[in-house]
Ligand binder design. Structure first.
Ligand code: HEM
Length: 471
């Protein structure tokens, strides 16, 4: 085969050489280059098993989202270390360091943009990865513990983004963190104390910046890297990524397997390169935001938390703070952790949306959430007034427990109605209820980002005249 190449074009020879080096490895290295390739192979095989089910190669099974989160983490670590060379975590220095980085340091603006957009992208990608695992039933036995590890990773990703938000020490950072940490205050008895510990004092200041810096550059990344290693190890231990089950009956076709190198690794390489190219292009085109220097005396109107907390900030406008900032997030987290125990149907693992019926139910639930949530927001804004209607009750009851009980009753009614109407299984109905809540959360976040103006009043996103900065 080598001889036949001598007469071919240089480009064909190059492709043929790459092809041979990937697909036709000798068992014993004959040169230094071959030895290096073998070391690379064995490095890859520390992470992956030597063979994987052929179905795993199908992009639409996972969309490569977990791998993308890992790539983004790598970009964040590399750019983060670069940024540390140009940054001092003190209120007197931080903002000027960022300005200096953007104007005087070679590629400083690009490195900052890459770090900023990769952080945001990682939140979105990790969230989508969680949805993928949910919709393909990847949280069920034996993967239920890795599901909890994943939830912790998602919370840490939120923590990493939030602590990084403060570091530029501009108006956006200062007030978003003031509002974001204000949510903690609503926890009964210990809320104020926790808030003071996080802030390192009564309000956002030098101690907060130092606390957030330590969490952002050391504690959270170390926790994430350790958990990620464990997450990857567990994936192997649990038999790899979920694929549709093959019945154990005799005579049934066995799962067909392919070698990890080159089949899986090549696909991972393509996903990684496309992602890196996309994030690089985006970072070249769009700068990370930077407003004026933080000023504790001038608060913007509206003062909003970072975008990923705006769903919760929106809930605060409709429920008593204790219910909005503590009860609902805790119930949601508890339900996510307990999910593998509500929904343990092993027959539909690896099948997107459980079944054809499950897909139709999910679509209908999304439609109901899409129309119902804005209607409820409008009704609460202009019609419903529990505090006025039930003046003798404490607001925790009238504006907290009463509306919460009504929402829970609506959810139970929805579950029952869907189950009967579609003659569905429990797992299909749990999924539809999850989709309803997910859509509601996304709609609330969108309302919080684009439809709230000064005084957090409802406004149209294009009505820029009302989005002024006040005092
Ligand atoms: C934030 C960082 C995360 C990273 C780097 C990561 C990485 C990965 C990777 C590479 C896989 C293999 C399949 C794939 O690429 O999709 C995977 C699988 C898995 N992940 Fe994650 N993940 C993260 C977060 C999460 C979250 C937020 C959850 C759920 C709450 C989760 C739960 C799981 C489970 C249960 C599996 C095994 C089941 C399966 O793959 O079908 N992970 N993860």
């Amino acid at each position: 085969m080598a001889d036949s190449n001598t007469a071919s074009q240089p480009s064909t020879r190059f492709v043929s050489r790459v092809w041979r080096s990937i697909f036709r490895r000798p068992l014993v290295p004959r040169s230094d280059r071959e030895r290096k390739l073998m070391v690379l192979d064995s490095l890859i095989l520390h992470i992956h098993p030597s063979t994987v089910p052929e179905k795993t190669l199908q992009l639409s099974l996972t969309w490569g989202l977990g791998g993308m989160a890992a790539i983004l983490m790598t970009i964040l670590l590399v750019t983060g270390v670069m940024l540390m060379f140009a940054y001092t975590p003190s209120p007197a220095q931080a903002y000027n360091d960022i300005l200096n980085l953007q104007t005087n340091v070679w590629f400083g603006q690009l490195v900052r943009n890459l770090h900023h957009w990769s952080g945001n992208a990682m939140l979105v990608v990790a969230f989508l990865h969680m949805l993928r695992v949910f919709f393909t039933g990847g949280f069920r036995e034996p993967r239920q513990f890795n599901w909890i590890v994943g939830i912790t990773l998602l919370l840490l990703t939120v923590g990493a983004n939030f602590t990084g938000y403060l570091l530029p020490w501009d108006q956006l950072a200062y007030w978003a963190v003031t509002v974001g940490t204000g949510l903690v205050e609503y926890i009964p008895l210990v809320g104020k104390w926790i808030q003071t510990v996080i802030l390192g004092g009564p309000e956002v200041g030098a101690a907060t910046l130092l606390n957030f810096y330590g969490l952002h550059i050391a504690l959270i990344p170390i926790a994430m890297l350790s958990l990620m290693s464990y997450h990857f190890w567990r994936i192997r231990k649990d038999g790899g990524v979920v694929i549709p089950r093959v019945p154990d009956e005799p005579g049934e076709q066995k799962v067909s397997r392919v070698t990890t190198i080159p089949h899986l690794v090549l696909r991972e390489l393509v996903v990684a390169l496309v992602l890196i190219a996309a994030i690089l292009l985006f970072s070249m085109a769009v700068n990370a935001p930077l407003e004026e220097l933080a000023n504790p005396d001038v608060s913007p109107n509206p003062a909003k938390a970072p975008w990923y907390f705006l769903g919760i900030q929106e809930l605060l406008l409709h429920f008593h703070p204790l219910v909005a900032a503590l009860v609902i997030p805790t119930l949601t987290l508890g339900a996510l952790i307990l999910l593998p125990y509500f929904d343990a149907d092993l027959d539909s693992v690896g099948v997107w949306f459980r079944s054809y019926k499950g897909r139709r139910m999910a679509l209908e639930a999304a439609m109901i959430g899409l129309v119902g949530t804005p209607l409820l927001v409008l009704a609460d804004e202009f019609v419903i007034d529990f505090v006025g209607w039930l003046p003798s009750l404490p607001t925790l009851v009238s504006n907290g427990l009463v509306p919460l009980a009504m929402v829970l009753l609506l959810l139970i009614g929805f579950y029952d109605w869907m189950k009967k109407r579609f003659a569905a299984t429990n797992c299909e109905t749990v999924q539809a209820t999850f989709v309803l809540l997910l859509t509601a959360f996304i709609v609330l976040t969108i309302v919080g980002i684009w439809f709230r103006g000064p005084g957090m009043a409802l406004m149209w996103p294009w009505d820029v005249s009302s989005a002024v900065v006040g005092h």
